[in-house]
Design a protein around this ligand. Structure first.
Ligand code: ADP
Length: 500
């Protein structure tokens, strides 16, 4: 209940000019008046709020024409107070409507105002002052700018961005959507999303909308829609709700990214991979079969040559047979390696585990290699006794591969160093050469099947399978193999396997 005094005051206020002043007090916009000298004679609370100050009324020491101390033109230049629209309404005796200007608010921020000013005359037509109304449009302008910026982003997006009502009527459609779906804005607005949602995906869309309406979080979905011409599009859809001012979901905004190209590439890659796998299997089977078939005649030829070597009395014949035997051995090794590759690939590389001293094995391997390779001295450095449980033959094969490579790829050197040490529960064996080295970007690749370093001189013969088999042997022993190398300085191949 208003008290009596206040009611009386309102009653009185409703008389004459007071009535208008009271009306002005209630208005949500700034209102003020000046007299013919430019002194402020009245302002309402909203005006004071916008100015950020309460100027004294009818006071010649106050700034005339306007309650704000600093005013600016729309392009940011300071505006003299006697050029403000209220001052001009008074001086030029004319009205101004919806003019824009800035004032400096109490906290120093610029406030954008829309101002209308009128001159005021008395009953005799004499000029008595001016009156202005103004309102703060800073927030509205900011919101408009934000909206414009947002609309720019939406329009320039490569993604399709569109919105729809809950019952599936399209309400907005950007350029990206035109490009991806092939429907122009004018032909799709107001139409149903079923135009680009295949029937079998309509249920999925309904489910997502159900979730969004229940306020559940919806992750982006990889799905299929169709374009204007019925072609399937592989899209990633991110959907989010549009709320009304009461917070109710009234529609959905969708950002659709076209993944069709990626999906097509992925599918093609998958096909290629499958095809490659098939070819690889054929290759493996062929290598396995061919090496198996070669092994028997080789063994027979070798048997006959050995018999011939024993029987040959003539020196010339004997040396030819011995040479033939050396080459038959090389051929046998090659065929054995190919057979090993097919075993590794077919998962059939069997290990016969036994315990032995690794230093014995290294000594024997070095002796065997040095018996045929006379160009290099292989030296075993600081090797301690260490018992391992492993396949002796396979570890010897691995060490021999590394030694033969060390010799083959260091034609200008004359020594190879072998080291052996324990590291925790492992034994680490290293073979160091002083040869051509391996480029850094190919260090990892040399353990791959059939891989040979690019640009290798033709004099280095080989098939690129020795290190592949060696690394598979080490891996089967739960070990590890690696190489450090420097071009022109040499390489150190190392492997480690558990001691026991
Ligand atoms: P191959 O020697 O029969 O080509 P490997 O599988 O034994 O096959 O070796 C693979 C490749 O790694 C070789 O072709 C060679 O380019 C490189 N390589 C192997 N060992 C050495 C080494 N000690 N020094 C330099 N390069 C090497």
């Amino acid at each position: 209940m208003k008290d009596l005094m206040e009611r009386k005051e309102i009653g009185e206020a409703l008389e004459g000019e007071k009535k208008y002043r009271h009306l002005a007090k209630l208005m949500p916009i700034g209102v003020y008046s000046i007299n013919e000298l430019g002194l402020i004679t009245f302002y309402n609370d909203r005006a004071a709020e916008i100015w950020g100050r309460r100027p004294r009324l009818n006071d010649i020491t106050e700034q005339p024409f306007c309650g704000s101390l600093k005013i600016f033109t729309p392009d940011g230049k300071p505006m003299p107070h006697d050029e403000s629209y209220t001052a001009r309404a008074l001086k030029e005796q004319r009205s101004f409507r919806n003019e824009e200007l800035y004032i400096e608010g109490a906290d120093g921020h610029l406030i954008e105002l829309i101002v209308s000013s009128d001159p005021v005359f008395n009953e005799d037509g004499l000029l008595t002052g001016a009156i202005s109304v103004f309102h703060d449009i800073t927030q509205r302008k900011r919101a408009e700018d934000d909206l414009r910026r947002l609309a720019g982003i939406v329009e320039s997006s490569q993604d399709a961005i569109y919105s729809r009502t809950l019952d599936g009527v399209v309400t907005s459609w950007n350029l990206g959507a035109e490009r991806i779906f092939g429907f122009e804005k004018t032909e799709i607005l107001g139409k149903s999303i079923s135009l680009f949602t295949p029937e079998s995906y309509q249920e999925e869309e309904l489910n997502i909308i159900g979730k969004i309406c229940r306020g559940e979080k919806v992750e982006p979905v990889e799905t299929i829609r169709k374009n204007h011409f019925g072609r399937h599009l592989y899209l990633s859809l991110t959907m989010s709700p549009i709320h009304d001012n009461k917070g109710r979901v009234i529609g959905i905004t969708t950002v659709a990214r076209d993944n069709s190209d990626q999906v097509q590439i992925r599918n093609e890659l998958q096909l290629y991979n499958e095809r490659l796998k098939q070819l690889d299997n054929h290759n493996n089977r062929f290598i396995g079969l061919a090496s198996h078939e070669l092994k028997t005649p080789l063994t027979v030829i070798k048997g006959h040559l050995e018999w011939l070597a024993l029987e040959s009395q003539n020196g010339m014949n004997k040396s030819s047979v011995t040479k033939a035997l050396i080459h038959i051995d090389r051929l046998s090794d090659l065929v054995s390696s190919l057979l090993d590759v097919s075993k590794v690939d077919g998962g059939a590389l069997q290990l016969n585990l036994a315990s032995f001293n690794i230093s014995d094995l290294l000594n024997e391997s070095i002796e065997t290699v040095m018996a045929t390779e006379k160009t290099h001295q292989i030296m075993l450095e600081n090797c301690l006794d260490c018992i391992v449980v492993a396949d002796r033959q396979r570890i010897e094969q691995a060490v021999t591969n590394l030694l033969l490579n060390a010799i083959k790829y260091s034609p200008d050197a004359d020594k190879v160093l072998v080291r052996c040490k324990t590291e925790g529960d492992d034994v680490v064996v290293s073979v160091q050469d002083f040869g051509i080295g391996i480029p850094a970007d190919q260090l990892d690749k040399v353990f791959s099947r059939f891989y040979r370093v690019e640009g290798l001189a033709p004099s280095f013969s080989g098939l690129g399978i020795g290190l592949y088999i060696t690394s598979e042997i080490i891996k089967r022993h739960h070990g590890d193999i690696w190489v450090e190398s420097e071009i022109g300085k040499g390489s150190v191949f190392s492997f480690k396997i558990p001691c026991k």
